[in-house]
Design a protein around this ligand. Structure first.
Ligand code: PRP
Length: 215
C-alpha cells in the first residue's frame, strides 16, 4: 500500500496555538512532541498519524497555507481579511473571539458622522481601507503601525484607530472608546486549495470531527 503523506498544520504562535491544540486533542489529534516546553524544535511530528505541526506568526499562517507549505492552518479572521490569501476557510473554531472596531476619543464621533478627511492609524490597512472606502465611502488617510496602535490618537498621530477590541480594557485605560464596529472576529481553520482535492478524505474527516465537537 502507498505510504500516507504527512498532513501539515500551521498554527498561530501563542494563545491561539494552545487553544487549537486543546481542541485538536479532543478529537484525537495529538502531538506529544509539542508539549515539551524546553524543545527548540520548529516542526513537530506525530509519526503514527502522519501529521506535522509548526508555529508561525498569525499573518504568515495564510501565506504558508496558500503556498502549500502547510495543508491546514489556524489563525484569526483578522489575518485572513488583511492578507487576502487564496485559501479555503472551512471552520469557525469559536474561540479567540473579539471585534474589529474604529476607536478613538469620544469627540472623534463627530468626525466619522460628517465624512471628514481624517487620519486612521492601524495594523490592518487593508481592512481599514475596505471599511472606509467601500462601505462608508469616506476618504481617509491610513497610517500603518505595527502595534500599540492606541497611541495614535493619544499622541496626536491620528484621529481614530482601526484595531482589535477584546475586553475593551486597553481602550478604557487610555480614555478611548469603540466608535463603530467593523466586524466580529474569531479563530478560523483554513485549508490549501490543492490539498483539499488531493487529501479530501483525511481533511474532511478532520473538519467533520471538529464540527461535531464544536456543535
Ligand atoms: C491587541 C489589540 C489591542 C488589545 C485589545 O493588542 O491590538 O491593543 O489587544 O485587547 P483588549 O480589548 O482586551 O484590551 P496586542 O496585545 O495583540 O498587542 P499590540 O498592541 O502590540 O498589537
Amino acid at each position: 500500500m502507498e505510504e500516507k503523506r504527512y498532513l501539515t498544520f500551521a498554527l498561530t504562535k501563542g494563545r491561539l496555538a494552545s487553544r487549537t491544540l486543546e481542541l485538536l486533542e479532543q478529537v484525537g489529534i495529538t502531538c506529544e512532541e509539542m508539549k515539551d516546553k524546553n524543545s527548540r524544535k520548529l516542526v513537530f511530528v506525530n509519526e503514527e498519524l502522519k501529521l506535522k505541526f509548526f508555529l508561525a506568526k498569525g499573518p504568515d499562517v495564510p501565506t504558508y497555507v496558500e503556498y502549500g507549505a502547510a495543508d491546514i492552518g489556524v489563525t484569526g479572521k483578522d489575518e485572513l481579511l488583511e492578507e487576502g490569501r487564496r485559501v479555503y476557510e472551512v471552520l469557525d473554531l469559536g474561540f479567540g473571539k473579539c471585534r474589529m472596531c474604529v476607536c478613538g476619543p469620544a469627540k472623534a464621533r463627530e468626525l466619522l458622522k460628517h465624512h471628514e478627511m481624517i487620519r486612521v492609524a492601524t495594523k490592518y490597512p487593508v481592512i481599514a481601507k475596505d471599511y472606509f472606502y467601500n462601505q462608508k465611502f469616506q476618504t481617509v488617510d491610513i497610517i500603518k503601525l505595527n502595534g500599540s496602535v492606541e497611541l495614535g490618537p493619544i499622541v496626536g498621530l491620528s484621529d481614530v484607530i482601526v484595531d482589535i477590541v477584546e475586553t475593551g480594557g486597553t481602550l478604557r485605560e487610555n480614555g478611548l472608546e469603540v466608535l463603530e464596529e467593523i466586524c466580529p472576529l474569531s479563530a478560523r481553520m483554513i485549508v490549501n486549495q490543492v490539498s483539499m482535492q488531493m487529501e479530501t478524505e483525511r481533511i474532511k474527516e478532520i473538519i467533520l470531527r471538529l464540527r461535531q465537537k464544536l456543535s
